[in-house]
Design a protein around this ligand. Sequence first.
Ligand code: FES
Ligand code: FE2
Length: 449
Amino acid sequence: MSELRDIKGKNRVRQTPISAERYISNEYKQREWETIWPKMWLVAGVAQDVSESGDFFVFSLEPESIIVSRTRNNELAAFYNVCQHRGARVLLSDRGAMDTYTCPYHGWVYANDGELITVPVGDGFSRGEPCGKRGLKHIRVESWAGIIWVCMDPDGPSLDEYLGSIKEMVAPFRPHQMRLVEDQTVKLDCNWKAVFDNFGELYHVEHIHPQHELIFDCPTAINEHMDGGHSRVLIDGFTVNSTLPIPDEVPPTQWMQMKVLGMNKDDYKGRVLDVRRDVQLNKRELGPGLGYDYDLLSDAQLSDIVQYNIFPNSILVLQPEEMWVLRARPHPTDPNKCFWDKFALRMLPDEEIQRGAKVEFPPLQNRANISFNIDQGSDGVIRPEHDEFTQDDIISGEKTMTITLDQDIHLIRDIQKGMHSRGFSEVWLNDEESRVQHYHTWLDHYMED
Ligand code: FES
Ligand SMILES: [Fe+2]
């Protein structure tokens, strides 16, 4: 696999066939449950949901269901959500805080570290009293970047080994200090890899995201491939598409955030191509006053956007003030369906974390302004409710995951239909889509194991 490592710019990578079969076949889906899901480190949820002793959340990856818990000893633990008596789901709620978990079927009671502590009629088991012996089955768990990661394989690499250099590259953004402001899931009529592929290339941006022409310079984005099937893309922000005529005036899409940085429309002297550099300088100067600590970030990181695609199903999109964690989850039975999750986390300017405050976040490059009520929680921060909806809710305009994601979602079910057509057998990728090829080459590598 080493020939695929760290290839920059216009990549030429080995083109192995990516057939339609992997998106539609039940047999392929079944094999993923042998070679992918039980072997890899997966995003289970956000760390803030298990910040206090007793906190738990349930990560659903049907047919598996995994409990992540901050135990009575204040340790992080994860176990299969399956009662060791007769296999019932122990927890039916998604999130909360409890000292003990009582199975709803016959009432076995587990401590929040997974130990079985009491059972009804304990002396009635001729195979032996199960308490202290038949606790919930643990799996590996780690907290990094404000995210909880789990791995069902007891013998696989550590999370450090799994993520390699990604950990170091993400650290300057201090994502562990960000707080959850959106928690959304959309049910999509496509295979989980079809939506993941969509976020593995910018080749489609000019066609379905026309607004990006006046925010980012996608054609000069740098694609990087990493071992393990991970990849990164770096995109210049606060600029325009350099392959199109450069507008005379700074586009209105950039003014909102520039204003926060003291760059006012009426007296800004720079031209369109000066904005990116001026934003970097102004963030450096004004950041501390606005409550943001940009010390660890490079100039480019202050203005640009960076995205990590982490094998097999998670994406981190980073800007200095915000991180998106995007995650594809397979449908339990149907390869033509999946769940697409978006956790948006924002850096909270310190002084605003207080009960009852309403925080107005500055607008970002790729989304409108949002505000957020700070109202609850031990540190004064409320958690948004999990919002789950269908792609039709997005298509009808009832729900949104931001304009850009909505545009992707509009198209995605047609792609899945295409995979079923007698007129389609395999994809034919442009070099700009090299990260998609890289991902699938590694997928093949694992699937053939
Ligand atoms: S299955 Fe849980 S107590 Fe019986
Ligand atoms: Fe897109």
